[in-house]
Design a protein. Structure first.
Length: 177
């Protein structure tokens, strides 16, 4: 998997580019949770669910159907978020779905069950430059953990910073006009 930092980069870029009364801090925080939520499946390890199972890590919670269902459910709370239904849906769906795509760009583990329940096949993208992240915070202070951080800086975090900055500048120029 990509690390939590990289997964949160996607909603951060979206927030920087589209920040408004509708795309506000509350919605960003919810989307950040959506971006890491698919990894809730790691609790399956404690219950003996095999990694390769559709219920295991990178299984159904990494599918587009899961992202669709989660975003649909969260859209119900649009008033509490002081937003509108469609921005809540798309922001949450995009953030949750991005998790699977980032994981599918890693160089290790099993692929992701992107099109579950239509197929149980685990999918990787053809371009897989991101070093697979170890599970657990303590593993980031190892040589392998530092390689993961460097990989994510190059392939996710620095591009996200550039895109987010450009998007914010464009957004600000558009708002001032």
């Amino acid at each position: 998997m990509a690390s939590v930092f990289s997964h949160i980069a996607v909603p951060a870029v979206l927030y920087a580019c589209f920040k408004s009364e509708t795309v506000n801090l509350k919605l960003f925080l919810l989307a950040a949770v959506c971006a890491v939520f698919p990894d809730i499946d790691i609790i399956g390890f404690k219950f003996g669910i095999p990694y390769g199972s559709q219920w295991g890590h990178r299984g159904f919670t990494h599918s587009l159907v899961f992202a669709l269902c989660l975003a649909s459910l969260l859209t119900y709370f649009h008033k509490k978020l002081r937003s509108k239904p469609w921005p809540v849906f798309w922001f949450c769906f995009g953030s949750c779905a991005s998790h699977a795509f980032l994981d599918a760009m890693t160089n290790g583990g099993l692929g992701v069950a992107l099109i579950w329940p239509f197929s149980l096949e685990r999918i990787f993208l053809p371009f897989r430059p991101i070093q697979v992240s170890p599970i657990g915070v303590g593993h980031f202070v190892t040589e392998r953990g530092l390689r993961v951080i460097a990989s994510e800086l190059i392939w996710v975090l620095i591009p996200a910073l550039v895109i987010g900055t450009i998007g914010a500048v464009i957004r600000d120029k558009h708002v001032k006009q």
